[in-house]
Design a protein around this ligand. Sequence first.
Ligand code: PLP
Length: 421
Amino acid sequence: MLRALNRVSATGASHVRSLAPAGARFKAGTWGDAPLRDDTTLVHAAVNPDQETGAILTPLYLSTTFVQESVGKYLAKGYSYSRTNNPTTSTLEAKLAAVEHGFGASAFGTGMAATTSAVFATMKAGDHCIITDCSYGGTNRSCREFFTPLGMEFSFVDFTDPENVRKAIKSNTKLIFSETPANPVLTLTDLDAISKIAKESGCYHVCDATFAPPVMLRPLDHGCDMVIQSLTKFYEGHNMMTGGAVISKTQELHDKVKWVQNVNGNIMNPFCAFIILQTSKTMALRVRQQSKSAMAVARFLEAHPKVTKVMYPGLESFPQKELADRYHRDGLHGGMLWFDIVGGSDAGTKLMDNIQRPWSLCENLGSTESIITACAVMTHANMLKEDRMKVGIGDGFIRVSCGIEDTEDLISTLAAALETC
Ligand code: PLP
């Protein structure tokens, strides 16, 4: 897959083609035969030195249209108009497909555009979707306030027990939508079990794995049909760009998502794709450091007398620890955790108001900068309050995204803020 240059067909489907000419062994610039490991794939997949100039990075093609040699040779070079496909964006899409083990990927301007496109590609009026009762607030809102009025039906179900999902299946169920770890409460989904239910019921299983980048989890290896990534988070990782992707396991699904993307015109712009092509190369390094810090911060919080509850999939006390160890690769449990403190909502709010740098009080996650988020008023404000409280997102709920700063600096600043509460 690494010896691959992305090409886009007239239908918009991505393909990979081998660049290693026969007999090219031991020549500078060619790849050997040995299979390459994940960290190498993350750096090199889909990217080849420019054949004309030798530029090591895929160029930023800021071009709206692509000149055709003749009417008869329309699309001979693979591109016509950048709302449909652009060479820089296509390269990122090919890289995402390789890294996530999919057939093809569609890159969007945001994670929400990826989510709504996955729904549009698989559902129509009269169809039913079973979705986790705890997801990113924007996902929950799109189902309740955007898709439901269009005639689609949604059941919000606790995915921690796959039997709940099985029981919710109806004759018109077309899509099962999981999120693992779920934003923000970090409940995990047994993806193999849910995929099995989807297969037996003849519907698709899409998983939003934004909290679990591929160095940690690859849902397509667990029977999922599609994976959604908000690229804004771990992939981009530097608080510069928003982006999203749907990576599909089959050509059939990939073509559907690409078609929806072309109709809606929400493809990722090439500048953003160029940036994410670069920042994603360091994602595995960042996630290892973020996971290390998150584990240390979680342990510190667990031992602190003012902390009533800490949730981190790496902690022995985590309710789904067995699932975390079964699904999270290389012992990596990610950079996300949450906690509650003595004094409830008021004390939690006070801590968030008092936290000093290097922590930043804001939305977003998965970046180099460490972030604290007040989910009740920020990321999940658009959930119904009763739904939010039911899944445990109280007003003082403190969500933590560990960045790549020195772990001790993160802990000592947190300790100082806790003293003020
Ligand atoms: N999915 C999850 C799990 C998220 O946390 C987010 C955003 O926080 C999204 C999807 C939406 O991504 P974006 O903000 O890039 O639209």
